[in-house]
Design a protein around this ligand. Structure first.
Ligand SMILES: [Zn+2]
Ligand SMILES: [Zn+2]
Length: 536
């Protein structure tokens, strides 16, 4: 038996660990701040802002706390928050910024005579994402604005819209109210409870306590894969149906995470109380039909894959010279008697409880809602046994050839040229997030909040917290107009090495924590501490 004394820690690793323990960012970004009045230059390190623990634990923790605060802020509002319905929401803002970036890159590439195919593809996908956020109208496409394209667009919307059947639910007149009902107790006290609600996918076969199927051969991995891919659309339907059925603008803060069996489920904080009977009825009536071409027949497996045909912008079968139909043509070929590729539904089981503002229950539920946000879906339940690892592998196998979107390379396998095609697409090697182990089929955002949740954006919440800390610590507020900020790149003469950056962060954290502790003690002595719990 050999036993070795543990090696003393390496200086750099030790530095990283201590910085991390004290809540410091381990991948700080260096900015050069120039005072425009005096010309004085200061180097400023700002946190990387990662949301996943695997990237930067301290930043992920801060992001999680901010989400908890956002959840708490909107859950039990008694007055309707200001209606920003004309302003884009957080989701739309996110996709619009990416869309703008892609446009600039595309135009630059075009001006330089470079190939813009992959950027055009990205732009088309971003437009689709924007459409999915419910934004109305479209931004001008750089490509395909000709009459041909317009024609295919109208054709497409006709063939899909016709087929989404209306849910079998009574409809109430709509009010713009966003808050819940008030209940009076016999003693005269008035309550305005809100809901904590958990909803799961249907069963794909019996599972054991460790989340693995009792009978792997009988477990429906294909349906599990498809439900995960289409989960965001299904959740949207649920909200639409609930609002239509209840007759007011139900507000929600929802977090998506995997269950132990690796199917996504959603925890939702609803503002206002909703009865179990109403929820049951709406869930039963909610489904999402996926009107995509059939994938029943594999036309091309690993050998002899279709090749890119530049002249037509389609894929071609090298053996027969047959051109694979374009996406729109494949959609149009879906006949009136065909079935949808998939119908996504929630399982019949759900969990719902009323929660009062400021209660211990509220705190506990917010803990559930934000618990897994710092981990990627595929890392929430790491496989500890062979059976669990096999379960993950089988799910990933099912996801490998499942089309994740109209642009998915997998359509070639089923004899269809994907939407917005380009050279080099290979079935089984689609780069869409849904196919990857970190995502397990669900490629959407992890937190979904309705437009009128708290009446604030995440940036507002961030600013609130900063203002509170600034006041607590008697720091001067920064005058934004006075400074110019530039990002320092590694090649710049004033760039700091990663180790030097970390030393600065650690020192900063140490002093900051000390100051915060003192400020808290002062505030406590004066009895005036009432603010976000976990400070920056
Ligand atoms: Zn960081
Ligand atoms: Zn794909």
């Amino acid at each position: 038996m050999t036993s070795r004394a543990p090696k003393p820690p390496l200086a750099r690793e030790a530095l990283r660990q201590v910085t991390q323990q004290r809540g410091g960012c381990i991948r700080p970004v260096q900015l050069r701040r120039t005072d425009l009045d005096t010309g004085e230059v200061t180097q400023v390190l700002i946190p990387c802002g990662a949301t996943f623990e695997a990237v930067c634990p301290a930043c992920a923790k801060r992001a999680q706390n901010l989400r908890a605060e956002q959840c708490r802020d909107g859950w039990h509002l008694e007055e309707d928050p200001p209606d920003h319905s004309l302003a884009p929401d957080e989701d739309q803002e996110f996709w619009l910024a990416l869309r703008a970036r892609a446009q600039v890159l595309r135009d630059q590439a075009d001006a330089g005579g470079a190939d813009t195919a992959s950027l055009d593809e990205a732009i088309a996908e971003l437009d689709d994402e924007l459409g999915r956020t419910g934004i109305r109208g479209t931004l001008a496409r750089t490509t395909g604005t000709g009459p041909q394209d317009n024609k295919s667009k109208t054709r497409r919307s006709r063939s899909t819209r016709r087929r989404q059947d209306a849910p079998d639910l009574p409809k109430r007149p709509m009010s713009s109210r966003t808050t819940g009902k008030i209940y009076a107790a016999p003693d005269g006290m008035r309550y305005r409870p809100s809901m904590f609600f958990t909803l799961t996918c249907d069963s794909y076969g019996p599972v054991l306590d460790d989340g693995t199927p009792a009978n792997p051969a009988g477990y429906d991995y294909r349906r599990a894969a498809r439900d995960a891919i289409h989960f965001p659309a299904l959740f949207d339907r649920l909200i639409q149906n609930l609002r239509r059925y209840l007759g007011y603008e139900v507000q929600y803060f929802a977090a998506i995470e995997p269950q132990r069996r690796l199917a996504p489920h959603v925890h939702v904080a609803f503002r206002g109380a909703i009865s179990r009977a109403d929820l049951r009825q709406v869930i039963a009536a909610t489904y999402h039909q996926v009107w995509w071409p059939t994938t029943d027949t594999v036309r091309f497996d690993c050998d002899q894959l279709p090749e890119w045909h530049e002249a037509t912008g389609r894929y071609v079968d090298p053996a027969t010279g047959e051109l694979l139909p374009e996406w729109d043509a494949a959609l149009d070929a879906i006949g009136p008697n065909d079935l949808p590729l998939h119908v996504a539904r929630f399982g019949p089981k759900f969990d719902a409880q009323g929660v009062l503002a400021g209660s211990r229950d509220a705190k506990r539920c917010i803990g559930y809602l934000t618990k897994y946000l710092t981990k990627q879906l595929g890392r929430c339940h790491p496989a500890a046994t062979d059976a669990q690892a096999d379960h993950v592998d089988r799910l990933l196998d099912a996801l490998r050839y499942e089309p994740c979107s109209p642009t998915c390379a997998n359509w070639i396998r089923y004899g269809i040229t994907p939407k917005n095609p380009r050279a080099g697409l290979v079935p089984g090697l689609c780069r869409g997030k849904a196919h990857r182990a970190e995502h397990l089929g669900y490629a959407g955002r992890r937190v979904l909040t309705s437009r009128r949740w708290s009446g604030k954006t995440l940036a507002d919440h961030r600013a609130d917290r900063k203002a509170w800390l600034t006041a607590l610590l008697d720091l001067p507020a920064t005058d934004i107009a006075r400074y110019r900020w530039e990002r320092v790149s590694p090649a710049d003469p004033d760039a700091m090495s990663p180790t030097r950056r970390l030393l600065h962060v650690l020192d900063d954290r140490t002093r900051w924590q000390h100051a915060l502790t003192q400020a808290r003690q002062r505030a406590k002595a004066k009895g005036e501490l009432s603010a976000p719990e976990e400070a920056a």
